[in-house]
Design a protein around this ligand. Structure first.
Ligand SMILES: O=C(O)C(=O)C[C@]1(C(=O)O)C=C[C@@H](O)C=C1
Length: 376
């Protein structure tokens, strides 16, 4: 029996040949790329790839090797596509990327919209980003806010996208995909919930608690200590506070900020009732202009994938191959298409970077409905 040393010498010889052939193959793929730039042909040719996979499988023996060589060729062809996308980007054939780089946002003159009423966390986020003297107003729903910027009655909307303990704000993801509005910035604010009731209310008197669904989720431990309380979800924490103040009923309380409680003349019955003491929410600043700040370092995109084994794996390779750090992935069901999903990915980068351009070029061709939601 051969020794390990001898077997490794054999492997080294084979690998030298594979490495040489790999380079040779990539060189030809580069030429194919040049041809495709000239002819305007698409990089991805699924039919050719499927034929190639069947062909190479027919040339080896046994199930293990057939599956193995197909995996190998899937990778090889994906590498070949990436090389071709790189060439396309270098040749300036980038596809649609009409985002304009700007130095700063005009915060002083801007009209800013948030969802809810006075005292909503959205207002706190707006003050945090635009300053307390900004020109802000509020609307009833997230959709109303997206419409306000789409039609130009506001320049920016400040809307919540993710909470540190309750996770994604799903509706916002759907709206970002639906509207042609773009994220230009984000701001994170601490969220400290209180339980507030009309002055003089005792905890024992409370029977019903109003708040936004996410806030009820973020205070589950506290609320579970009062399992007999009915929990009712309303559009916003500040709306909950306003409702309790308007109805003047000691059986009702709201989960809201101390600021909202004070604005509505409510008394704080229990302070800092979040499950997670460092609870915070990330808000995005959205506009209808396709712009990004020059120093932006995060990109949000959305895309759809066919319901096929390995499709997400193949797409994520565009981030890995281009050394892009993916920071978040979410998925949402696509309306009217059961079990198909739209993915939302955040990754680090700026649209000016070649690696970002390469990845976006590949993603544009290999996904359905790629949407660049913003660079911020
Ligand atoms: O034949 C082509 O059109 C190529 O671009 C080459 C290649 C490959 O590497 O074999 C790469 C990408 C295509 O999807 C199909 C095949």
């Amino acid at each position: 029996m051969a020794t390990l040393e001898e077997l490794r010498v054999q492997l080294d010889g084979i690998d030298n040949e594979i490495a040489r052939l790999f380079e040779e193959r990539m060189k030809v793929c580069g030429e194919v790329g040049e041809y495709k730039i000239q002819s305007g042909k698409k990089v991805l040719d699924r039919q050719r790839e499927n034929n190639k996979l069947a062909d190479v499988a027919s040339k080896v023996h046994g199930e293990f090797n057939k599956k193995g060589i197909q995996e190998l060729y899937t990778q090889l062809m994906s590498m070949s596509r990436k090389l071709q996308y790189q060439k396309l980007v270098e040749a300036g054939a980038l596809g649609r990327l009409p985002f304009i780089a700007i130095e700063s946002l005009e915060k002083e003159k801007a009209r800013v919209v948030f969802q809810g009423v006075e005292g909503a966390y959205g207002q706190a986020a707006m003050f945090n980003y635009f300053g307390e003297s900004c020109n802000g107003f509020h609307v009833h729903t997230f959709r109303d806010a997206m419409e306000a910027i789409e039609e130009g009655s506001a320049d920016y909307a400040v809307l919540p996208i993710e909470n540190s303990s309750a996770g994604a704000v799903n509706e916002m993801y759907d709206l970002l995909d639906e509207f042609e509005n773009y994220i230009v910035a984000e701001t994170i604010i601490p969220i400290t919930h209180t339980l507030a009731g009309i002055p003089g209310t005792k905890l024992e008197e409370v029977k019903c608690v109003y708040s936004k669904a996410e806030a009820l989720m973020q205070t589950t431990h506290f609320l579970d200590e009062h399992a007999d309380w009915q929990r009712i979800s309303v559009v916003n924490t500040a709306v909950a506070a306003a409702k309790v103040a308007a109805e003047q009923n000691k059986e009702q309380a709201a989960v809201c900020s101390a600021y909202a409680a004070k604005l509505q003349g409510l008394e704080i019955l229990a302070d800092n009732i979040n499950d997670e003491k460092n609870n915070s929410t990330r808000f995005v600043i959205v506009t209808n202009q396709k712009v990004y700040l020059k120093d932006a370092n995060k990109i949000s995109i959305s895309f759809e994938l066919p319901h096929e084994s390995g499709s997400l794996y193949r797409i994520l390779s565009h981030f890995i191959y281009n050394d892009l750090n993916m920071t978040k992935i979410e998925s949402r069901p696509i309306e009217g298409r059961n079990w198909e999903y739209r993915f939302f990915v955040d990754f680090e980068g700026n649209m000016e970077q070649p690696a970002v351009k390469n990845a976006l070029r590949g993603l544009r061709e290999e996904t359905r409905n790629l949407n660049i939601l913003g660079n911020y």
